[in-house]
Design a protein around this ligand. Structure first.
Ligand code: BGC
Length: 893
């Protein structure tokens, strides 16, 4: 029952007539106005099947951008340009030209009079997708496992450099939602880990790096996109609606929106909405989420775009705060039909969409373009996501397209392989290492098992967007991938490094093998997942088929090796947790290494660790439970329902370690667990109060001014076809055949709650990222880390907050709020790290006050736990007296 966008692409390409006949309301309505009217209120439809209590109230109008100090210059430049734009130019920038109607995954129209080209929007979060001569970086989950903010930034910067080099204006990453609520969720690996603070730091450091290169970063997917299956509407809208993620207000703020706040605080230029509904309201036109939370509470100044083909209404989405429709098509692509484009021209001319809303959309887009300096020597796209050939159709979806030079094969790799290797190596997480089995000597007799150690025999890029699990798993599948320029397979690196390596590439243990004394078996296993448009080995994006069990009978392979060899090392490439119980306690399974998804440097980054050139310093970005059933059933994949799949987040704030702690369930390996070849001590811990606690943040300042434009409806002639215009069929234009006939008398039923008077400034807002006081440092904690072992290594310090025991808010027992990693410490070397606790870190979202409240207590302290996993908390400081101590019993098992 899964229908994905790519299925529709194929369907409509092959059977365009059928596609039209199946959806008469869409096809017959050339201007799409009927659709708008029909679905304009879709956000506000009451659907009985969304459980009671999960609401999404209307929030209108859209707060205009431009009032935040750090964007003032860019808005001033944008305002000057937008004031002189025609209606056609404005509409052009808001609407994609259509799927396969340009070189990139998404392409806007242009405003060439002002030097603004068709903007190129291109995946992915781990490299420039669907091109050549690029770098395939480690996935987000690997980056999260480094717990190294500097590396997160370095990877982001290199990603941005490559995007810029290819002429990408808007990079479609980083992914910070899904957060990983569901261990089986298909796209968790694109993000940084199952914790809002880890996602927040991972996302914001990536954004800062990307945007320092001049590319506009896009955080996605806002919000509640925690499972892949049933993520999209099946067109026509209303037949079967996209899954509804039913999330309560507090959970939304403290868990799912938290990293998006960080992203906005970091100055992100674009946000992509997700396919799913939240509380029964489609996210592409959810006024509460876009107008209310993103743009008012969080003070977002950039542009909001849809996910691909997620738009379900024209006026409704415009009023709800959407700024850019991607890839521009209506629900059914490739027909030349749109909700915006020409239809946005109509609805502005007839007064349905206020001109000031369109002006705000365009100003946000142009301001983001200036904010990243794209007016200065920014390259045009020099690649095509549609073909690898040098020349090809300029507009592949057109009935007749001219031919262009589409690929210039620009090499953008620079020295980024070093960044890849550093991140992959530092992400490698050593879970178990009995008898100091690791590191290995290069003279050891190594017997290597499993197809995951080698490259796909059909070619490293043989499967479209990595939609197969053949050979070493170095990224998941779907749009969040990039082509490998090369893939350094583990077996090749092992053979380069060690003298005595024998490889058995089958996933079935070879019969008749005899182990010699001293032989060491290294067994490679994996677990894959990805995006819903591909089904891989019966997994529909999510790991619905495999569960958390290693693929290709990996457990049996480990067990068989363990029966034969006295020393077994298991290397796991995985998108997320797998259950390791079938073999973890077998006596010969001495070492377990999670190498996550390493990208192109899968080989050397691994041997760097296996042979001790570097000590491992990665930490688990999620917990590994003993059994999947240790988590609540609400985080399982939700199955088919006829009209709309309901996914109710009834576990609230309690995902991953927060849930396990609440239920006193010990995991097999805790969130943050990761061993080293050396040992560290922590000493001289201090806690310094920086800002006095108060329960409410200081009042915010009023918003600054925003650009003011003429309110006169522009002349209809501004969207007439230019004389002699060469029309490309199915391309989405802003032009109308007879614009003068548009009258303003068409009645339009606005959504319930629609208003044009601005809402009062929300108390929790005030700047990018919300009330600036939320980012005030309340406490600094310093701790000295000393390498007490015999080899060099890096240590990570994590800070978890425990709320006062008399807090009236039910809150997870501990929550990660900050982390820092040392540089490489030689034996006896030491470094003092500073970790910070900000006001938001001590706050809960009070749903009545609609503000962040610190549960300040006169008698009970906040406790700041310091350790290197959620289950290894060795030091604690108290807020009230500032005292720090070791040896205190942690509050969690
Ligand atoms: C994905 C997005 C991606 C877009 C463009 C969608 O299917 O959900 O993450 O950026 O396609 O490729």
């Amino acid at each position: 029952m899964l229908i994905s966008n790519s299925c529709w692409v194929i369907f409509t390409l092959v059977f365009p007539a059928l596609a039209i006949r199946q959806t008469p309301d869409f096809a017959s309505d050339a201007l799409g106005l009927q659709q708008i009217q029909q679905h304009g209120n879709a956000t506000l439809e009451k659907r009985d099947d969304v459980p009671a209590g999960f609401t999404t109230p209307p929030y209108y109008p859209t707060p205009k951008g431009g009032w935040v100090a750090s964007w003032t210059d860019s808005y001033a430049k944008a305002a000057e340009v937008v004031a002189n734009m025609t209606l056609a130019e404005k509409v052009n920038l808001t609407t994609g030209t259509g799927l396969l109607m340009g070189p990139c995954s998404g392409n806007t129209g242009s405003a060439l009079r002002f030097g603004i080209p068709n903007l190129c929007l291109q995946d992915s979060a781990l490299g420039v997708a669907q091109t050549d001569n690029n770098t395939a970086f480690p996935a987000g989950i690997t980056t999260g496992a480094t717990f190294n903010k500097a590396l997160m930034y370095a990877r982001g910067y290199a990603l941005g450099q490559e995007a810029r080099g290819k002429g990408v204006n808007i990079q479609l990453g980083p992914t910070i939602g899904p957060i990983g609520r569901k261990p089986r969720g298909g796209r968790n690996w694109e993000g940084f880990g199952a914790d809002p603070a880890l996602q927040g730091f991972g996302g914001s450091e990536t954004i800062k790096g990307m945007q320092a290169s001049g590319v506009i970063a896009t955080v996605k997917h806002f919000i509640g996109n925690e499972q892949e299956m049933y993520r999209m509407d099946i067109p026509p809208h209303g037949l079967m609606k996209a899954i509804s993620s039913n999330i309560d207000d507090r959970t939304l703020h403290e868990l799912y929106a938290w990293p998006f706040m960080d992203a906005i605080k970091a100055g992100v230029g674009a946000v992509m909405t997700s396919y799913n509904d939240v509380n029964g309201s489609a996210n592409s036109q959810n006024s509460k989420l876009i107008n209310g939370i993103l743009k008012d509470e969080f003070g977002f100044q950039g542009l909001v775009m849809t996910d691909w083909l997620a738009q379900i209404g024209g006026v409704s989405s415009a009023l709800a705060g959407l700024d850019m429709a991607m890839p521009g098509d209506g629900s059914i692509p490739l027909l030349g039909l749109a909700y915006w484009g020409y239809d946005l021209s109509t609805s502005v001319l007839n007064g349905t969409v206020p001109l000031e809303r369109l002006n705000d959309m365009v100003t946000r887009i142009v301001a983001a373009w200036y904010q990243m300096g794209q007016d200065q020597d920014y390259p045009l796209p020099n690649f095509s996501a549609n073909t690898a050939d040098a020349t090809g159709l300029c507009y592949p979806a057109a009935l007749l397209s001219p031919t262009c030079v589409v690929n210039e094969y620009v090499n953008v790799q620079a020295d980024h392989a070093n960044v890849v290797r550093n991140v992959s190596r530092e992400g490698i997480t050593l879970l178990k290492n009995d008898n100091t089995t690791l590191p290995l000597t290069t003279s050891a007799s190594l017997k290597v098992f499993g197809s995951d150690a080698q490259n796909n025999p059909d070619g490293i890029n043989a499967c479209n967007q990595r939609s197969c699990d053949t050979g070493v798993l170095a990224m998941g599948w779907g749009s969040g991938t990039a082509n490998y320029p090369y893939l350094d397979a583990p077996i090749d690196a092992l053979k380069r490094k060690a003298a005595n390596v024998t490889y058995y590439s089958s996933d079935t243990f070879p019969s008749g093998l005899t182990a010699a004394t001293g032989d060491i078996a290294i067994v490679f296993i994996n677990s894959d997942s990805g995006e819903n448009q591909y089904t891989v080995e019966n997994n529909h994006g999510d790991r619905d088929g495999s569960g958390l069990v290693s693929w290709h009978n990996g457990d049996a392979l480990v067990q068989a090796a363990a029966a034969k060899y006295a020393t077994v090392i298991v290397v796991v490439h995985t998108v997320g947790p797998i259950i390791v119980e079938p073999w973890i306690d077998l006596p010969s399974v001495k070492s377990v290494v999670f190498a996550h998804l390493p990208g192109q440097e899968a080989g050397d980054s691994l041997t760097d660790i296996l042979f001790g050139d570097y000590s491992p310093s990665g930490h688990l970005p999620y917990s590994i439970p003993v059994a999947e059933s240790d988590y609540p059933s609400s985080v399982g994949i939700v199955g088919f329902e006829v009209t709309q799949v309901q996914d109710t987040f009834s576990e609230g704030l309690y995902i991953d370690y927060r849930y396990l702690n609440k239920n006193k369930t010990s995991p097999r390996y805790a969130f943050g667990h990761g061993l080293s070849y050396t040992t560290f001590s922590k000493s001289s811990i201090t806690l310094t109060s920086i800002t006095p606690l108060s329960s409410l943040p200081p009042a915010r300042a009023a918003k600054g001014s925003t650009p003011v434009y003429s309110s006169a409806i522009p002349p209809a002639s501004e969207v007439a076809w230019p004389t002699g215009f060469n029309i490309i069929s199915r391309y989405l234009y802003p032009y109308l055949d007879d614009p003068a006939s548009i009258s303003s008398s068409t009645p339009f039923t606005y959504p319930t709650g629609y208003q044009t008077t601005p809402q009062p400034d929300p108390p929790s807002g005030g700047d990018e990222g919300g009330n600036p006081a939320l980012w005030d440092i309340m406490y600094n904690l310093t701790v000295t880390v000393t390498n007490t072992g015999t080899v060099a290594g890096k240590d990570t310090v994590m800070l978890f907050v425990q709320y006062p025991s008399d807090s009236p808010y039910d809150t997870p027992i501990i929550q990660l709020r900050d982390f820092e990693k040392t540089d490489t410490l030689v034996p006896e070397g030491s470094e003092t790290l500073t970790l910070s606790v900000k006001r938001r870190d001590l706050s809960v979202w009070d749903t009545v006050l609609q503000n962040w409240v610190v549960p300040v207590s006169e008698s009970e302290p906040f406790v700041f736990w310091v350790g290197n996993s959620s289950a290894n908390l060795t030091l604690a400081c108290e807020s009230l007296n500032g005292a720090c101590s070791s040896g205190r019993t942690p509050p969690v098992v």
